[in-house]
Design a protein around this ligand. Structure first.
Ligand code: PLP
Length: 382
């Protein structure tokens, strides 16, 4: 498919709409300061460790939805345990969705995020599928703005590090009848994080899973729903026990085609210069990183293809040299080379390639403001 023929997906079109500047949105979530913030020693410890997703900042953004009143109670409040009744429906039926997005500190001290409108649209896409309420993209972006402004000292300045933002929404109504909740809470928490994979661009080993799937046709695969991750954990620990860091899932109809990893999309670089990624089938999660990479490649005139990719073709291609690179991508891990792909009856290795390095650099240069952003993807928070 030629580069000019791409029709933006719904998420891409929504993500491209211009957003109000952060100063216009700021203040929607008024701050209640934390009276017991981290001590200087705790702060130093957390900011020097930068373990992904383990420690959180002093505050969090919150708002609550009720069937009668809609979204209300907006605020940035002290980070801390939630009070939920054991009857809250999220514990029983997993009515819960989330997002993953980062705040990046630039050399001049300004703090930016990447395509927040895209993530706002995707949260609503996920919410619709799980019968949760949608929110306005202004509220979504304002929650990031007000939260990051309150906790800006927690955005690390070290190269490759960021404040990983986790907006999420869940059913908090006290009711164990099976029906969509009439009370829903939305939060944004953030974790100062270094690179997701400690190996960095040195590559990861992937186990191709034949027995289990994370999602299926008509299910919740295209929603960023906690339940999809729950389904991926058993195969994940089995793969880890074999020495692999992630699992690659195959299609549920034939068990023949690559879908994605538990939390990342995949790309295959062919020796002839073509770059391929599994097409969106409704089972795969449509990653913002995937979308950005496709756009960058198309604009460079690369022949990119979203299509069915047979596992057998990739394994044979790695053996014959027809496949030159394989990588995974997502907000948390950015671009991660896959250097080993194995399953029940095959085990192949492949080097980290220049194309993977080049895509990683091109994307992170835009995200960190080291290169011009012709797409309007970067958004200044602070
Ligand atoms: C979040 C996620 C991705 C990556 O999406 P990004 O927007 O690029 O972070 C890919 N697959 C799954 C299953 C995910 O949950």
């Amino acid at each position: 498919m030629a580069s000019t023929q791409h029709t933006p997906t719904e998420l891409e079109a929504a993500g491209d709409l211009v957003l109000p500047a952060a100063d216009e949105l700021a203040g929607r979530f008024p701050l209640t300061p934390n009276a017991y913030p981290a001590t200087p020693e705790e702060y130093d410890e957390i900011m020097s460790t930068l373990a992904f997703g383990k420690k959180f900042t002093d505050h969090m953004a919150h708002m609550r939805w009720t069937r009668e009143g809609g979204w209300d109670d907006r605020g940035v409040i002290p980070y801390g345990p939630l009070e939920l009744t054991p009857g809250a429906s999220v514990f029983h039926y997993c009515q819960s969705v989330f997002e993953g997005i980062k705040a990046y500190k630039r050399e001049d001290g300004s703090v930016w995020t990447f395509r927040p409108g895209y993530n706002a649209a995707r949260l609503n896409h996920s919410a619709r599928r799980l019968a949760l309420p949608e929110l306005s993209r202004e509220d979504f972006v304002a929650s990031l703005v007000d939260y990051v402004r309150a906790d800006v000292k927690w955005v690390p300045g070290v190269d490759g590090s960021s404040l990983y933002l986790r907006p999420f929404m869940f059913a908090s109504e006290e009711f164990v009848g099976v029906h969509p909740a009439g009370v829903v809470d939305y939060y944004v928490i953030g974790s100062p994080s270094g690179p997701y994979f400690k190996g960095g661009l040195s590559g990861v080993a992937i186990w191709v899973e034949r027995e289990y799937h994370r999602a299926g046709p008509g299910g919740t695969g295209s929603a960023k729903a906690g339940g999809n991750y729950a389904a991926s954990l058993l195969p994940q620990i089995q793969a880890e026990a074999k020495g692999f860091s992630q699992v690659c899932f195959l299609d549920t109809y034939e068990g023949k085609y690559l879908e994605e990893l538990g939390g990342m999309n995949m790309f295959v670089v062919m020796a002839d210069g073509t770059i391929r990624t599994p097409e969106l089938t409704g089972v795969i999660l449509e990653g913002g990183t995937r979308s950005a990479i496709l756009r960058l490649l198309r604009d460079q005139g690369v022949d990119v293809r979203e299509e069915k990719i047979a596992l057998s073709e990739v394994v044979d291609g790695i053996r014959s040299g027809a496949v030159s690179e394989v990588f995974a991508c997502g907000t948390a891990a950015v671009v991660t080379p896959i250097t080993r792909l194995a399953g029940d009856d095959f085990d192949v290795e492949i080097e980290v390639g220049d194309k993977t390095r080049e895509i990683h650099k091109r994307l992170t240069d835009i995200q960190w403001g080291r290169a011009e952003d012709p797409y309007g993807w970067t958004y200044r928070l602070v």
